[in-house]
Design a protein around this ligand. Structure first.
Ligand code: PRT
Ligand code: ZN
Length: 214
């Protein structure tokens, strides 16, 4: 099809939104609509932008509803989608860490044997514990993970950390880093030849900007 456009999924409203929009605009891509619409076509590049919750992006790209997407590696690993990681984007750096109340003495990974850990990252945590032969209970919750120890829900938490101030203000300390994350560009492995060409053009522009910023 001659008028084929590459569909890119970005976060609708959150920590990645502004930087994702900025990335496109730095590549000279202009949008027709404001970001409130679900789908927004670019005016000067064969691209359409989908605004989604970040957790939905891996599935949309795996299913081919979107061709590519921008999201945190942490979400990609947690959702275990079959997509290609194309390019690290150098923003939204953070780490996924284990933390415990600051007055507790940490004795190493053995500390977690028989303990309960609250997290929204059950899959990554489960894999990590298995890999290290630790038998802990994972308590999956959907938010406000950092309050779990103080209300007696869990001995510790596994959550994203950037500055560390959330841990500090909740009386917690970071004791293990499971992974380091940043925003990445992901893609469906089976794109049409035309979409592949558009994608290569987009990646070329992103790389040029990255190189110029160094
Ligand atoms: O609504 P939607 O599902 O789209 O968004 P969301 O609420 O799930 O995600 P959002 O917008 O909070 O974060 C999007 C992505 O930003 C994450 O998946 C990470 O890849 C990245 N990122 C970078 C972070 C942080 N830094 C971060 N600090 N995501 C969350 N946090 C939270 C963390 O969970 C904790 O509550 O910030 C707090 C810790 O921050 P510090 O600075 O106090 O350590
Ligand atoms: Zn989310």
């Amino acid at each position: 099809m001659k008028n084929e456009r590459l569909r890119i999924a970005i976060q609708k409203s959150g920590r990645l939104t502004e930087k994702s929009m900025q990335l496109l605009s730095n590549c000279g891509i202009e949008l027709r609509n404001g970001k409130r619409k679900l789908l927004s076509p670019a005016t000067n590049f064969p691209l359409e932008i989908y605004f989604l919750r970040d957790d939905d992006i891996p599935q949309y790209v795996e299913d081919g509803v979107a061709d590519v997407g921008i999201l945190g590696e942490n979400v990609l690993l947690e959702e275990q989608a079959r997509v290609d990681t194309l390019l690290p984007l150098g923003f939204a750096q953070c780490r996924l860490s284990l933390a415990i109340p600051k007055n507790e003495t940490y004795t190493g990974l053995d500390y977690w044997n028989g303990k309960k850990i609250a997290t929204t990252y059950s899959n990554i945590l489960k894999e990590y514990l298995t890999k290290h032969g630790i038998s802990a209970e994972i308590h999956a919750i959907s938010g406000s993970v950092e309050i779990a120890p103080s209300i007696g829900l869990a001995a510790g938490i596994c959550d994203l950390v950037s500055s560390g101030s959330t841990l500090l203000s909740n009386g917690l300390k970071e004791v293990e880093v499971l992974l380091k994350s940043q925003a990445v560009l992901i893609g469906n492995p089976k794109l049409s030849a035309i979409k592949q060409q558009i994608l290569e053009k987009l990646i070329f522009r992103i790389r040029s900007k990255q190189a110029a910023a160094k």
